[in-house]
Design a protein around this ligand. Structure first.
Ligand SMILES: Nc1ncnc2c1ncn2[C@@H]1O[C@H](COP(=O)(O)OP(=O)(O)OP(=O)(O)O)[C@@H](O)[C@H]1O
Length: 200
């Protein structure tokens, strides 16, 4: 069977203003394709633009120039609210910094279930909590953690919460910005296996 392209990044540029008319060319003409089922690694020295590439792909930043096609659809083109919402579900990002990426005022259950609620993925409160418990177990935490707040966890545990949050909406594509570097080896393997498992 022919391999199907999931993501096409074409001549992507992301420039940031740096004062006095200067710009930082964080990403400057990057082109690559990612196929369905493929794990794609983006490697480069610190500050070369890897995180910015990821953030621009999922439209956290508007691209300065270039195109991002997801399943053939231009991510940066004009979109209806419904299309944007669906793209936001299908493309998830797990962030590098486990201290900055979780809302400190929300319980772990609410952090993980936020996407489930937004996208209507659970029919009842019981189903919602069941899903939260399953996701916590999947990432090596347990159901007692659901009612706690992010500051009660270690960096590695917070990263697992971020991963559970990304997985909660059953995405087709996950950008992982060095997400497992804070986890111990047995959990790393568990999480990688989980991410690699084909969708049911
Ligand atoms: N929001 C921003 N505004 C201005 N400059 C930025 C912004 N985000 C990133 N940069 C700059 O863009 C360049 C690329 O940063 P980026 O975080 O994408 O690199 P990276 O390859 O992910 O680095 P690391 O491996 O250290 O995380 C850096 O010079 C950084 O200072």
């Amino acid at each position: 069977m022919a391999r199907q392209k999931l993501l096409e990044v074409k001549n992507l540029k992301q420039y940031f203003p740096a004062g006095r008319g200067q710009v930082v060319k964080a990403v400057d003409g990057v082109t690559f394709d990612i196929y369905k089922g493929e794990t794609f690694g983006l490697v480069g020295e610190s500050g070369c633009g890897k995180s910015t590439t990821g953030r621009t792909i999922i439209r956290l930043y508007e691209a300065t120039e270039g195109e991002v096609l997801f399943n053939g659809v231009n991510v940066h083109g004009k979109k209806s609210k419904k299309e944007l919402k669906e793209l936001n579900r299908k493309m998830q990002m797990i962030f590098q910094d486990p201290y900055a990426s979780l809302n400190p005022r929300m319980t772990v259950a609410d952090i993980i279930a936020e996407g489930i609620d937004i996208h209507g993925l659970a029919k009842t409160k019981e189903e919602r909590m069941q899903r939260v418990y399953e996701l916590l177990e999947t990432v090596g935490l347990n159901r007692e953690h659901a009612s706690r707040y992010p500051h009660e966890f270690s960096g590695g545990q917070r990263q697992r919460i971020g991963i559970a949050r990304a997985l909660a909406v059953e995405p087709e594509f996950i950008i992982a910005d060095e997400p497992i570097s804070a986890l111990d080896v047995s959990i790393q393997a568990q999480v990688v296996n989980l991410i690699e498992a084909p969708a049911a």
